[in-house]
Design a protein around this ligand. Structure first.
Ligand code: ZN
Length: 229
C-alpha cells in the first residue's frame, strides 16, 4: 500500500521533473512571450515546491551538496535554513511548533541573545503570544543605571475579549481591566489579608479539594452580558 510519504516522494519527483523542464526550456534563451511565460511557470513551480516541502518530515536523511550544505533527500529543503511559510490544514487540529523551555544556565548580555522563541498568532479572534528566553542582563527595570538579571522564563499570554491571561513559571496572572495612564496603579493583597467588606465585593469562587489544595478559580464577569457590553 502506498503511504503518504510515498505519495509525497512521487509528487516531488514529478515537480522536480517539471522544474527541470521549465528551467532548461529553449524559449528562455530567446526574446518573446513564450520565454516570459516559461519563466512565470518556473516561479509558480518554485512556490509549489516551498508549500509542498512544508509537508515533508525530512525523515529520509540529508544529502550533502557541492557547496557543503545539507539538503533533504526527498524535498530538497536546506537544513537549518529559515522557513518563511507554514501550511496548515483548514479542517482538523492545527499544530505549530513544539513546546520549548529555557535551555541554558548562562546569563546572556541582552534579551536578543537570550531569546529562544518569540512568536504570536491571532486565532479566530484570540491572541496568543509565546516568549521563551534564557536569563539575561537588563537596564530596563532598574532605577539606578545598574544591570539587573532577568530570570530564564517561558511566558505565554492569551488575550480574549479584553481579558489577558499570562502564564509564567511562578504564577498565572489574570488581567481583567487594563491600567490606564494617569490612573492609580492597582493595589494587591492575599485573600486572607482582606477585610470581609472588600471580600464580599469580589466575584470570586475558589475551588479546593479534600487536602485544602486550590484546584480552580472562577472569576465571574460582573457587569457583562446583562448590560449588553
Ligand atoms: Zn524533506
Amino acid at each position: 500500500m502506498k503511504t503518504k510519504q510515498d505519495n509525497l516522494k512521487s509528487q516531488f519527483k514529478q515537480l522536480f521533473r517539471s522544474m527541470d523542464f521549465a528551467s532548461t526550456h529553449p524559449s528562455l534563451d530567446k526574446d518573446g512571450t513564450e520565454g516570459k511565460r516559461m519563466g512565470e511557470i518556473y516561479q509558480q513551480l518554485g512556490e509549489l515546491w516551498e508549500f509542498l516541502a512544508l509537508q515533508c518530515p525530512h525523515h529520509e536523511g540529508w544529502r550533502k551538496t557541492r557547496e557543503g550544505r545539507k539538503v533533504c533527500k526527498v524535498c530538497g529543503t536546506v537544513r537549518n535554513a529559515e522557513e518563511y511559510w507554514l501550511l496548515l490544514p483548514r479542517k482538523g487540529r492545527k499544530s505549530i511548533g513544539r513546546r520549548v523551555t529555557p535551555n541554558s544556565t548562562e546569563t546572556f548580555p541582552n534579551k536578543k541573545q537570550a531569546s529562544i522563541l518569540e512568536d504570536s498568532i491571532r486565532f479566530h479572534g484570540v491572541k496568543v503570544k509565546v516568549d521563551v528566553h534564557n536569563a539575561y542582563r537588563s537596564k530596563l527595570f532598574s532605577k539606578d543605571d545598574h544591570d539587573i538579571a532577568i530570570a530564564a522564563e517561558r511566558l505565554v499570554d492569551v488575550e480574549e475579549s479584553g481579558v489577558e491571561c499570562s502564564f509564567g513559571d511562578p504564577q498565572i496572572h489574570l488581567k481583567l481591566k487594563k491600567h490606564k495612564p494617569g490612573e492609580r496603579p492597582p493595589s494587591a493583597a492575599f485573600v486572607f489579608e482582606l477585610p470581609k467588606a472588600i471580600l464580599k465585593k469580589l466575584p470570586l469562587l475558589v475551588e479546593f479539594n479534600e487536602s485544602d489544595e486550590m484546584v480552580g478559580l472562577e472569576v465571574f464577569r460582573c457587569g457583562r452580558g446583562g448590560k449588553g457590553e
